[in-house]
Design a protein around this ligand. Structure first.
Ligand code: ADP
Ligand code: MG
Length: 365
């Protein structure tokens, strides 16, 4: 998604969660607490919004400075494109883990174990060991965005060659030493499908301790804490309309498909409008179906509501790739997980319990 459009959607989020329409210091009628917010643009390659109630601007700044520091550190650990001194981050692992086992920070190791557990349980649409294929798409997309007139699709034989090196079982994890080794030298990890959700979960405990109520948004990953202190029972989180017409939006139309009323829950959306490039007039987005090695075409947006942002992030990518029936079956098996799918023709489907959060969609068919 282009920056202008991202800011627009953030603006809508602010409108939805701030009754005053301002992103700064709206007074709350909750005694000693006032609502504050801030935005950060240079972490996780997305915009981050922090909103919360604090006794003073100073207290809010202190709490959120700490969160921003934590997020910055996590961003470095999960950065696949840059080195940070001798930090054994994702980039370092991808560069070195085929030569010898690399010891990684505990938070990194735990995420790999969590993803391995999903893989071993048979969930394979989201495969973090698919980095070799995803890097090719990333490079073609980046080149196509730099020079749109020359944008090209990756040659299919290059993708199929890379797909030979995506077996999760070649990622050798040592639970004692917390090391990672690539038994296949061409294996590469890509954590784009899960890192932001995981990071949100990791910063929650300190935010909860520091503020009576808050909301954090990392791009399409939102966690809404305790109910806001302005008398409402829930935070309102906007779900962007994946088919919103930018011209209509610029003229004052809405780009919001739905509003989800939640507290102590996460809302994570994967959409075809976040990151894409155009080849011969056709849009190619960033969520790749491991079966076809092409951008998945079954959905244009999937939102997941549950307690864990990591699970929601993982599931939003997974449900984006799976056929609706398979995704629904998966969601209905999971306690406390609900989802909303938007298909390419605009059809919206919801899981059996999604209606309790949704303003516009209450019927489960
Ligand atoms: P966003 O990053 O926009 O929030 P997602 O959470 O759906 O969206 O993650 C998309 C990212 O996940 C891609 O940019 C890519 O790095 C990675 N990815 C894409 N397809 C897959 C896949 N099938 N399995 C694992 N990771 C994927
Ligand atoms: Mg995801």
């Amino acid at each position: 998604m282009k920056r202008g459009a991202r800011i627009l959607s953030l603006f809508m989020l602010c409108l939805l969660v701030l009754p005053m329409g301002s992103c700064r210091a709206a007074a709350a009628p909750a005694g000693e607490y006032t609502r504050f917010s801030r935005r950060v643009f240079d972490i996780f390659d997305t915009e981050i919004t922090l909103m919360g109630y604090a006794a003073s601007q100073e207290a809010f700044d202190r709490a959120t400075d700490h969160t921003v520091d934590q997020l910055r550190e996590l961003n470095q650990i999960f950065d696949g494109y840059n080195a940070y001194g001798d930090l054994h981050n994702l980039w370092y692992v991808n560069e070195h883990a085929a030569q010898a086992p690399v010891e990684v920070p505990d938070v990194f190791y735990s995420l790999l174990v969590w993803c391995r557990d999903q893989w071993r349980a048979g969930f394979r649409a989201t495969n973090i060991a698919m980095g070799s294929v995803l890097k090719i798409w990333h490079d073609y997309r980046t080149a196509g965005l730099d020079q749109p007139a020359l944008a090209q699709l990756p040659p299919f034989d290059v993708l199929t060659d890379a797909a030979q090196h995506t077996d999760f079982e070649n990622l050798v994890l040592d639970d004692e030493k917390h090391t990672v080794f690539y038994a296949d030298p061409q294996l590469r990890l890509d954590l784009g499908a899960v890192a932001k959700g995981y990071a949100a979960d990791l910063v929650l405990p300190d935010l909860m301790a520091a503020m009576p109520s808050f909301l954090i948004s990392l791009g399409g990953n939102v966690y809404a804490g305790n109910a806001p202190l302005d008398g409402r029972a829930n935070w309102n989180v906007g779900v962007q309309d994946p088919q919103a017409d930018p011209v209509q939006v610029a003229l004052g139309g809405t780009d919001i498909l739905d509003v989800l009323a939640v507290h102590d829950l996460t809302v994570v959306t994967s959409g075809d409008y976040w990151r894409y490039y155009v080849v011969d007039g056709k849009k190619y987005h960033h969520i790749i179906d491991p079966e076809t090695l092409m951008p998945s075409t079954k959905m244009i947006s999937v939102s997941v509501v549950c307690e864990s942002s990591l699970l929601a992030d993982y599931l939003s990518t997974t449900l984006f790739i799976l056929p609706y029936e398979d995704g629904l079956q998966l969601v209905e098996q999971l306690d406390g997980v609900e989802a909303m799918w938007v298909e390419p023709d605009g059809t919206v489907r919801i899981s059996s319990g999604m209606g309790q959060y949704s303003r516009n969609f209450s019927t489960f068919q």
